[in-house]
Design a binder for this molecule. Structure first.
Ligand code: GAP
Length: 408
């Protein structure tokens, strides 16, 4: 009985998140006007903004702010031999309901007629990194340890896509293959475990809902000697958010790739630690972490408590009344335009009364709403309303940039 009630509560929370995502333009069902396509979703304006902020924060921390990381953006279509070499053609399968093993790679044809060759849409971005190992070494001459990072689409013909954007057939991954000497693998496994946890916290995931699962022998992917799944308490249960694996030298060996380790003067095959993160799952975990309800003015309000650094919109600018030219003119030229030029993630909102605008911005997760009213015209101050507390302050227009800068 208690379990049933718990499930109903969880389903309700998920329903609320899904409907907010559609209503506010975060995520739509794929091909919706044609009845949809299972396991596919389209991201609307604020969903794209949130996704971009997630990806930029990852890239900044793991590529831009480091000296030992090289970026790559490899093709999604790869020579079929890649997937034969890695064991994906033989092993990347899930059992169907009646126990037949089903390969979840999407097969396609490249070229026309007799020239056509079988190819696969990549089921992980990792192989785009491994096949460019030699190119990266030849171009940049990195010393061990070093990493190659990639953000991109991956595709899996999941037998049972489910739970909104949690398990889909087309998704994005942020992956790092970190190349090390075999003797160092435990040290770097621990190191990446810490780095990944730091990033998930930085981006705004509720860390009280993150749990580590040591994946047992027999349950790990065919290439991994040790894996930790970082799970998250999604509204529909505790499920994998991201993974950390020790892939040994499995991939480089299978691609017959080597490295000359100048420090020891030998040819070696580096080993690999791989932190692998699904963008869509992070986005869903962020929505679940940020979704809050409280009561304002006797009504239940829903809001997304995103960190300002990750929120799709940093602030919304409104003239108190949209039919008063002097307010609109001031709001547009002296507040909106300079803030937009500075922060980019700034929107104009003059639709409905102020209460409605606040509710809408709360649901988008906008940390600050700025209102230009009649006092503004005489004293050059505006109202800045805080999303979480609903409190309002008067701020000098000339101090707005600094005020927002300090908050992010
Ligand atoms: N290169 C290693 C790899 O791909 P994985 O555990 O199969 O490992 C890594 O996938 C991450 O990609 C997962 O932790 C998850 O975040 C994301 N992911 C995997 N399959 C997914 C799917 N069908 N839908 C959404 N995200 C998925």
């Amino acid at each position: 009985m208690q379990e049933k009630e718990e499930n109903q509560k969880e389903n309700k929370e998920m329903e609320k998140i899904v409907s907010l995502c559609k209503r506010r333009g975060f995520v739509f069902a794929g091909s919706e006007i044609y009845g949809g396509l299972a396991g596919t979703y389209d991201y609307g304006h604020f969903g794209v903004a949130l996704k971009n902020n997630i990806k930029q924060s990852w890239w900044k921390k793991f590529v831009d702010n480091r000296r030992d990381m090289y970026g790559i953006d490899a093709a999604i279509l790869m020579n079929a031999r890649v997937w034969e070499a890695t064991g994906h053609v033989a092993n990347f399968t899930d059992p169907t309901e009646d126990g037949k093993q089903f390969n979840v790679m999407f097969k396609t044809q490249v070229g026309a007629g007799e020239e056509a060759a079988t190819s696969y849409l990549r089921p992980e971005t990792a192989q785009g990194i491994f096949v460019n190992f030699k190119n990266t070494v030849d171009s940049f001459h990195p010393k061990l340890p070093f990493g190659i990072a990639q953000i991109g689409k991956a595709f899996r013909n999941e037998i049972a896509p489910r739970d909104f954007i949690f398990r889909v057939r087309e998704f994005e991954q942020m992956e790092i293959e970190y190349f090390i000497r075999s003797t160092d693998w435990e040290k770097y496994f621990e190191y990446w475990r810490g780095e990944i946890l730091d990033w998930t916290e930085e981006v705004g995931i509720d860390m009280g809902k993150v749990h580590e699962l040591e994946v047992e022998d027999g349950d790990r992917a065919h290439y991994s000697k040790r894996t930790i799944d970082f799970e998250f308490d999604f509204p529909f249960g505790k499920k994998e958010l991201l993974g950390l694996a020790y892939r040994t030298d499995f991939d480089l060996k299978n691609h017959k790739l080597e490295y000359i380790d100048e420090e020891i003067g030998e040819k070696t095959v580096p080993h690999v630690i791989e932190p692998s993160i699904g963008v869509d799952r992070i986005l869903l975990a962020l929505l679940a972490s940020a979704y809050c309800e409280d009561e304002k003015g006797g009504e239940v309000r829903a809001y997304l408590k995103f960190k300002p650094s990750i929120a799709p919109v940093i602030c919304a600018v409104s003239p108190l009344l949209k039919n008063k030219n002097e307010l609109v003119e001031y709001a547009n030229t002296k507040v909106f335009a300079p803030l937009k030029a500075e922060f980019g993630r700034v929107i104009w909102d003059d639709n409905g009364n102020i209460g409605k605008r606040y509710r809408r911005q709360d649901e988008i997760g906008t940390p600050f709403c700025i209102v230009v009213d009649f006092d503004t015209l005489t004293d050059d101050t505006v109202t800045v309303r805080d999303r979480d507390t609903g409190e309002q302050e008067r701020i000098k227009v000339e101090n707005l940039k600094k005020y927002i800068q300090e908050k992010i």
